[in-house]
Structure formats: structure tokens, C-alpha cells
Design a protein around this ligand. Structure first.
Ligand SMILES: CC(C)(COP(=O)(O)OP(=O)(O)OC[C@H]1O[C@@H](n2cnc3c(N)ncnc32)[C@H](O)[C@@H]1OP(=O)(O)O)[C@@H](O)C(=O)NCCC(=O)NCCS
Length: 151
């Protein structure tokens, strides 16, 4: 098992993984085009030649980045890979000079395990919530905002 920066040829598999979990209402859908356009933000978990996990780090603002599109395929869940992907994305944040990392998640307990704290959404920059207005789930979204300050 190996976690590495994503490449363009990984996009279709990343998309398949995200679609699977989005169809189970565990995360939001993400278009192929959105993944291609942001491929530099992604890391993938690879088993032999298959992509079995992914996650992305998106810089949102001064000293603030978001963990997005985090998923581990069912077969590999509960083995610490989600935690490892988050750790690598946090290291990427540190390398970029960002110490505050947040997530909008349907799985707050997972992020709390990793040291994140639930925050009021109003404490995030307005720009982040303006993106939500374009989402079809806007009025009924159950995503919870969580934040960690990296040491
Ligand atoms: C959430 C997800 C990424 C976790 O990945 P994972 O590899 O199974 O998680 P890990 O094995 O690294 O778990 C790390 C810790 O979090 C806990 N944990 C994992 N998923 C959890 C959940 N859904 N609720 C509560 N705790 C959870 C684990 O028990 C573990 O705790 P421990 O260190 O005390 O043993 C994975 O379940 C997944 O892909 N889910 C579907 C997509 C999704 O929900 N994405 C989240 C963004 S909205």
C-alpha cells in the first residue's frame, strides 16, 4: 500500500471511488472535470495498481486549507488508511505554510478522533459558504465543519 500524489491517469478511478460513496450519501458528488482541474490537490492510496483511497487539500484562504474528497474503499476501511491520508494532507498544508485545516464532513466522529474540533460555520470565511449556495443540498446539508490547528 502506498500513498502518493495523484496523476491525471488516476482521475477516472478517483471519480469512481467518490461516486460510490456519494451514492451512499457519505460525501458530496464531484465531477470528472472538477477532479481533473484540481488534480494537483489530490493524493491517492494505491494497492498494487488500483486506487483504493483518495483525499485532497484545497487552500481556501490565508492560513486556511480544506480537506476534501476523502474516501477509502470499503475493503480497506478501518485499517488506519483514512488517518494516514489525512496526515499526509496535513503535512502538505504545513509545507505550504498553512497551519489551520478544516473539513466539512458527514463523519464528524472520524475527524474528532484525529484531533479536529467542531466549529461554528460562521467562523469560516464567507467565501467558503458562498460555494455551498450552488450545491443542490444547500438547504438540507448535514455536513459538519471541523478544524484543527497543526503544531
Ligand atoms: C471516513 C473514512 C475516510 C475513514 O477511513 P478509514 O480508513 O476507515 O479510517 P481509519 O481506519 O483511519 O480510522 C481512524 C480512526 O477513526 C475511527 N473511525 C473511522 N471511521 C469512523 C466513523 N465513520 N465514525 C467514527 N469513527 C470512525 C476509527 O475507528 C479509528 O479510530 P481508532 O484510531 O481509535 O482505531 C472512510 O470510512 C470512508 O471513506 N468513508 C466514506 C467516505 C466518507 O465518509 N468520507 C469522509 C468525508 S465526508
Amino acid at each position: 500500500m502506498n500513498i502518493r500524489p495523484a496523476r491525471v491517469m488516476d482521475v477516472k478511478e478517483i471519480h469512481k471511488l467518490v461516486e460510490y460513496h456519494a451514492n451512499n450519501k457519505e460525501m458530496l458528488h464531484r465531477s470528472l472535470s472538477a477532479i481533473y482541474e484540481n488534480i494537483q490537490e489530490f493524493v491517492v492510496l494505491e494497492s498494487e495498481d488500483n486506487i483504493v483511497g483518495c483525499g485532497a487539500l484545497h487552500v481556501s484562504w490565508e492560513n486556511l486549507a480544506e480537506i476534501k474528497a476523502l474516501a477509502v474503499s470499503d475493503k480497506y476501511k478501518g485499517q488506519g488508511f483514512g488517518r494516514k491520508i489525512v496526515k499526509i494532507l496535513q503535512d502538505n498544508a504545513k509545507n505550504l505554510g498553512v497551519s489551520r485545516v478544516f473539513a466539512l464532513s458527514f463523519k464528524p466522529k472520524f475527524f474528532i478522533k484525529l484531533g479536529y474540533e467542531i466549529i461554528p460555520k460562521e467562523t469560516l470565511p464567507h467565501k467558503i459558504w458562498s460555494e455551498c449556495i450552488n450545491c443542490h443540498l444547500f438547504s438540507e446539508c448535514g455536513e459538519v465543519p471541523l478544524l484543527i490547528t497543526l503544531k
